[in-house]
Design a protein around this ligand. Sequence first.
Ligand code: NAP
Length: 264
Amino acid sequence: MAFFIFGSTAFFHYFCSMKLYGLIGRRLGHSFSADFFNSAFKDKCIDARYCLFEIPEIGCLHSLVAENPNLAGLNVTIPYKESVIPFLDSLTDDARSIGAVNLIEFAGCGDSLKLIGHNTDAPAFRNMAEPLVAGLRRRKALILGTGGAAKAARFALDCLGIESVLISRSSRKGTLSYNQLDNDQVSDAGMIVNATPAGMWPDTSYSPPFPYQWLSPAHVCIDLIYNPATTTFMAECAQKGATVKNGLEMLIGQARIGAGIWGL
Ligand code: NAP
């Protein structure tokens, strides 16, 4: 019994001093991040663990940080990539321009702890899209969705010299709505990017309300969703002969960029 108590106390102290990383979001059942980081920590003998933190609202970030003094970095996902910004001490220039944060760097500790917001979705999307963009005859893109991932994709495509328009379910300033799209606009775009959660596990039968009938083999269609590997959006685009790609390479890319920022 004495050994058991000693053993569990030692285990408790070990666990509390071990560096902790994680993902904050509202529903995280779809996420591969914990498996990805925990197996990388094991392979590289890094004394750290990665946890999923489902939080009902972004205001919970402060208590999460206060209750976990060993937290050393966080990823941010739906629906908090934009709402997290007021809770951070500073942003990188790119995160400020994009208006979305998907990674938090913890700089300093105790009273001098500073939370710095980064956007690693944009460089990861850029790296994934660059070889596909190289072959595009029509250097325009339609980006479905108006959230953090859509803004990161638009920033990355701007850097690659591709003009893009965000497509929304509602009429908003600076965007087009799905029902405003016509054959000319779809044919004029070389790339379509699904940056909405429509079709993500577990609601895999959904797809954005896009006019798929106007797609052709000249289109490159990227779904940022990686679970399932082939989404309904990808299947509908492939049926029209378009080249399709899912978001797995981007996911792995942003995790690698993030690990570099965290000094892992
Ligand atoms: P978000 O901030 O919640 O925004 C998604 C946008 O999609 C919303 O602003 C909304 O725009 C639209 N939308 C929401 N539900 C929809 C539905 N049922 N049908 C059609 N449109 C809908 O999400 P996010 O952070 O930008 O992420 C979007 C997707 O990208 C998610 O599936 C996420 O997993 C994926 N993602 C993948 C990676 C990766 O590494 N592969 C990285 C980032 C994000 P409107 O209201 O204007 O229509």
